[in-house]
Unconditional design. Structure first.
Length: 92
């Protein structure tokens, strides 16, 4: 957890962009091109790292994986699952 959050300050540019401070980048494993989901909670702006499907692999137990997979597909939506499957089949 960040010890000194008061020093983790960014400025909004004229293009509405912000730089993630170095202390935050060290604390949270972000990669270039990774997506961040933004949410407003009361008077706070919260950014959360969006995890890829590959990062989530293995989080389902072996028993009942098929049923949980159906639930996951329902939660993600058929389009997102189809896109992931299409991308994962592409050759590097």
């Amino acid at each position: 957890m960040l010890i000194n959050m008061r020093n983790a300050i960014s400025t909004v540019t004229s293009k509405w962009q912000v730089t993630i401070p170095e202390d935050v980048r060290k604390e949270i494993p972000l990669k270039i091109g990774q997506r961040i989901a933004w949410q407003v909670e009361d008077d706070k702006l919260v950014g959360r790292r969006v995890r890829s499907i590959s990062e989530l692999s293995g989080c389902l137990r072996a028993a009942g994986v098929r049923e949980r997979g159906k639930e996951l597909r329902g939660a993600l939506g058929a389009a997102a699952v189809a896109r992931h499957d299409r991308i994962s089949r592409q050759k590097p």
